[in-house]
Design a protein around this ligand. Sequence first.
Ligand SMILES: Cc1cc2nc3c(=O)[nH]c(=O)nc-3n(C[C@H](O)[C@H](O)[C@H](O)COP(=O)(O)OP(=O)(O)OC[C@H]3O[C@@H](n4cnc5c(N)ncnc54)[C@H](O)[C@@H]3O)c2cc1C
Length: 468
Amino acid sequence: MSAPAKAPVDSLRELRSLLPADAVLSGPEIGEEYSHDESLTEPARVPDAVVLPETPGQISQVIGWARERRVAVTPRGSGTGLAGGATPRSGGIVMSLQRMNSILEVDPANGVAVVQAGVTLCALDEELAGHGLMYAVYPGEMSATIGGNIATNAGGMRAVRHGVTRHNVLGVQAVLGTGVVIRSGGKYVKVSSGYDLAQLLIGSEGTLGVVTEAILKLIPRPAASATVLAPFAGLNRAGDAASALLARHAPSVLEYLDRMSMAGILASESLSVSIPSGIADAAGAYLLVMLDDCTDERLAQTVESVGTVLDGCGALDVYVLPAQVAANLIRARERAFFAAKAAGAGDIIDVVVPRAQMPAFLDRVEEIAAGAQTMVVGCGHIGDGNVHLSVFQQDPATLTQVVAKIYAAGRALDGAVSGEHGIGTAKMRYFLEHTETANVDVQRHIKAVFDPGGILNPGALFPAVMPA
Ligand SMILES: Cc1cc2nc3c(=O)[nH]c(=O)nc-3n(C[C@H](O)[C@H](O)[C@H](O)COP(=O)(O)OP(=O)(O)OC[C@H]3O[C@@H](n4cnc5c(N)ncnc54)[C@H](O)[C@@H]3O)c2cc1C
């Protein structure tokens, strides 16, 4: 890679000439929100400028300017990321996609929507509800943008049935680090025509290009759904039950919560799920299962059968939750991150392992935590082998050791550092440590082709290349 992205923005005049008058913010015009994302570990940094482009052409111009001046450009959606990916570099600019927020087309005949990258999941869902359709990707934070979801390959609760972002995005338009605008993919579910650049951009965390537009796969909204909650004596039993369930059924959501997580989210949202105290006291972990179907009759049969499977796997009981209780509990589970943050979590980890390895992984985490007098509380997408572990440890050195050991435990069980939150800047060290060197080398070469100046999100995924 030839050039860094480190120079301070020494003149904003040129930059202002490329964009509408109100589309460049500097000094006190820059809101606090542009200095960070939701990562618990990455320090906030105020950028030298925030640009608010409205067209791919404007983005291309700004990238050309930044490349010439060797200024770092950090693409930004809504800043809900958990890995420091949207946290700006010192002396760099933030490129917010917030003004590119139009739903360009809902096309039921082809089962797709065409949207600009700054559209939020919430706005998209509201629009699609009117068509009886939905976009299946459902990360816990609905204020996130489609561009941010694409950049992180976001997953969420429905991935167990419908896959993650890369399985639901059919096409992408992006401006590369060269300033060139490319399109890849289209309104079709299959393509066998050369390298799939859309798939390469998905999960690239703003390091290869700025995503400007996407073609999204849509599915019908479910006609009938039910939510089942099953307490188990321990995590091992819950893990085995999840595997048994997936061997027979295709739930739309399959989450686990350990005892502390359940207590934490119920308390922070002032909720009750009315489980008898004898059972709640004996419960070490819970499975939360959502089932969708096209008729109430079929749904009732599935619920019955799921109950039998869970019962046979040692559930202490099986509860079909009233619709409002279920909605509240799912919402509370989505907000588990904020409950952990408020309780003082030092880090949140989203290791992924093959799903049958989850019980072994969680056993290992328990050992690591006990050995370091650290509290580790977990919940997450058990059907995907993807945990969200909140690590509570006041001492920074011990926190780092515990976190490092958990990543190593994930790797030892053939897992990966991040299942869905991405690497960003926060997990770069662990990504480099736990990914084969040959693999990382190819990724660096790809980066150099897409972004020869190294200006796009330097320091995310790989260390920024600094000048000689
Ligand atoms: C309470 C809570 C729950 C969450 N639950 C989940 C979950 O279940 N599953 C999950 O996957 N994630 C989850 N997340 C993480 C977060 O919502 C996702 O990472 C989301 O995809 C980020 O979208 P954003 O628009 O906020 O992106 P940002 O945070 O703004 O950016 C994220 C990354 O994408 C890059 N980027 C943003 N827009 C673009 C663009 N247009 N082009 C190129 N790069 C871009 C940024 O540079 C950065 O590297 C959760 C977060 C919170 C706060």
